[in-house]
Write a protein that binds this ligand. Sequence first.
Ligand code: NAI
Ligand code: MG
Length: 509
Amino acid sequence: MGGRARVNQEGHALSGLEQKPSATPAPAEWAYAPAPESRDIVRLEDRYGLFIGGKWVEPSQTYTTISPATEEPLADVAQATPEEVAKAVAAARNAFENGWSSSAPSERSKYLFRIARILQERSREFAVLESLNGGKPIKESRDVDLPLAAAHFFYYAGWADKLEYAFPNRRPRPVGVAGQIIPWNFPLLMLAWKIAPALAAGNTVVLKPAETTPLTALLFCDVLRQAELPPGVVNIVTGDGSTGAALVTAEVDKVAFTGSTEVGKAIQRELAGTGKKLTLELGGKAANIVFDDAALDQSVEGIVNGIYFNQGHVCCAGSRLLVQESIYEPLVGKLKRRLETLRVGDPLDKNTDVGAINSRMQLEKIQELVEAGKQEGAEIYQPPCRLPEKGYWFAPTVFTNVAQSYRIAQEEIFGPVLSVLTFRTPEEAVEKANNTPYGLSAGVWTEKGSRILWMAERLRAGVVWANTFNRFDPTSPFGGYKESGFGREGGLHGLEPYLTFDGAESWGG
Ligand code: NAI
Ligand code: MG
């Protein structure tokens, strides 16, 4: 490529379109051409077994997993029975007792680093499969899920041989076998959040992916094989809630669960008095709070990222927008205009902003709550957009005129639906934000640093983002208050639930 890039009068490089001779007629319409990511990079088996003791074991029952964007069948996967779950737990126990827990910590680091690097190398393959099986836009699985999943393995690889320094004078030791149950909104990332700290701390695991999104966890078994991880250290059993329930009652020493508050409460009841350690990461109904001195355009981007990212299937989604009354009109006006530019459609298209709803069940839940919002008297806005005929879809939605008592202001919708409320004073914002059974996250938008600190001190939420939203980093602990659960994932805090110590215990003991 010789020559200088052409520049315009302001000295900026010209885009391809601007460089065309002026005789080229301007396009009448600025619609984006389709830009689909190729599916060829992923090779799926027709049928998957259970990954137990480093081998594929033929399952006794299977079901078909589909693409939520097209409803096409993708593969048959195992529906593990309690007996099969018990086999996986026995394999994990064997691996724990015969090698893994007593292996040199630097050996454990080595495997975790290998896994992290292989995930990076195969990230495109994993991103395509994640979008195919779960419905999320490829630009999110490519730019968020995969880099963060690899980052988690890198981060905990670094701690594996430094536990004595992480917890000085406390003699950290592994707990044993961890049973881990994950949801469908960030399938591979939640796998990384669960497996990386457990292995770094010297435990072995049995992990159950969500029934609608098993495929990246099954592809991950191939990463384990490539990394030559000793057999039985990680076992993957697919299946529905009954498989999860069987894992909770199996001979595991620790249960880690991410999912609905309803199931989390049932697990807590089940485990009470058993001595098994437990961490729960449950739902949320986060307030995203915009003060009148905030930069409006940036706030609008943060609001959009807060609730339409991953179709709103995010436990820490900013699903309640609290706007200071004096900027209500301009902010909501800008927000509605911004919504018109969101592209809803094919998750594998690189231009897609909002993908498919993960399952028919979730779509029905969203539809039910939106109907309730209309019935209760809120005003609904949806930008004009044509939804695909097949598959599960829901247009980005904003509700205004929302009272705090409405179901859409109280319950987790877990879809692309925002409820807008207003406030006058910071005290009122805090009161409204905390008026929820949940407490996972919150957002504050203001120019004033002192106000950010004042708010963060008073908001009952595990994470408070200031002038940003939905930011994640493996070094930063994440988790909830109240009905959002207990225990932390990420950071040093994320190792504690997988360790026992001399003397007093902290989280989830
Ligand atoms: P769920 O809590 O039923 O599913 C999450 C995981 O738990 C899945 O792997 C599932 O198979 C497993 N599971 C289900 N029942 C179980 C049981 N009795 N014992 C052990 N494991 C069990 O969530 P679901 O039904 O998929 O979604 C319902 C609602 O939960 C959503 O609309 C959303 O509001 C919330 N949710 C919150 C998530 C979060 O990240 N905090 C993730 C998924 C759902
Ligand atoms: Mg459920």
